[in-house]
Ligand binder design. Sequence first.
Ligand SMILES: NC(=O)c1ccc[n+]([C@@H]2O[C@H](COP(=O)([O-])OP(=O)(O)OC[C@H]3O[C@@H](n4cnc5c(N)ncnc54)[C@H](O)[C@@H]3O)[C@@H](O)[C@H]2O)c1
Length: 343
Amino acid sequence: MSEKLGFGIIGCGIIADFHANALKELGDEAELIGVCDVVFDAAEKFAKRHGTKAFPSAEALLSCPEINVVNICTPSGYHHFSVIAAAKAGKHIICEKPLAINAQQLDEIEQVCRQAGVTVSVVSQNRYAKSVSQVKQALENGLLGRIVCADIYMKYHRSQEYYDSGSWRGTKRIDGGGALMNQGIHGIDLLLYLAGDIKSVYAVSKTLVRNIEVEDTLSAVVEYKNGATGVIQATTSVYPGYPRRLELNGDKGSVVLDETSIVRWDVCDTADHEDVVMFPSLAHGASTPTAISAEGHIRQISDMINAIKTGKKPLSGLAEGRKAVDVILAIYRSAEEGRPIEL
Ligand SMILES: NC(=O)c1ccc[n+]([C@@H]2O[C@H](COP(=O)([O-])OP(=O)(O)OC[C@H]3O[C@@H](n4cnc5c(N)ncnc54)[C@H](O)[C@@H]3O)[C@@H](O)[C@H]2O)c1
């Protein structure tokens, strides 16, 4: 395999720019060979902006031998079509979150990707923040002791104009859900990464303010397999929108992050306490979806390049991408049926 990996992007909307810019930053190891979109005009404009080629279709892009990795940036409910086609074409895959929006799509993706033997990375860029690695390390070293509570409070603002800006946004069929499936999934993935697997969930879900099919506000109580308890809150209907707060409390210490910035680090073991470097948060989308930083995507794509070259698993792979959606689907089921759901 030559030094540089060739990339192709399917879907040329808002998030695709972050992928193209990240690939530019990784120019020593990566090259954007071309892009496609169901709207060819969108692909052409995007290609011009990023100095690459517009393919007339996904089939044409997938049959290009210079492309080793495909970045899937289509609306959530369409991810599975592109993931399956890319895997069957033998391409490695970076898929935007959520990996898919229902169990049937997830099963099919898992089966086809496993059979094809391709590497899959599911975007969860916050996992790659330095502060998140620090917290992970602290947990692994037992610095917080036994985890008692692990919570996410995501109080974001998305206007009605945001939901009206794309026919798929806020729909059950293509967005797959609302505040939790689209925005809250980042927090769910961090909880799973840091606090561990979830055993059961009990949720209330509402559409209180926005004119959408799916929830704009949801609260859930969570029990982790390790016995800890937690709260998951996700809304996109409050003004002005605050950074997502992640709280981890153990019997020997507590850590609080605002988005990816550590804002509290209170541990019994003061020797370790003094070693903590406080990294600022990656720019986040609490109030504006496009305000996120490209830094997380750069680190995630770099991790994927390393995974392909070394055969190691990416930090956020197929299993991790699936787990986050499985938790969300269980939370939705709990809210629908009005009872706790075991995972
Ligand atoms: N990681 C993050 O922080 C983050 C942020 C925003 C969006 N996202 C995810 O990225 C995905 C896209 O979101 P967006 O805001 O960029 O959407 P968007 O509507 O701006 O762009 C989607 C693009 O895909 C194209 N498209 C639709 N169906 C297609 C198909 N079958 N083949 C090829 N192109 C197709 C559309 O024409 C459009 O240009 C979503 O799954 C979303 O959840 C992730």
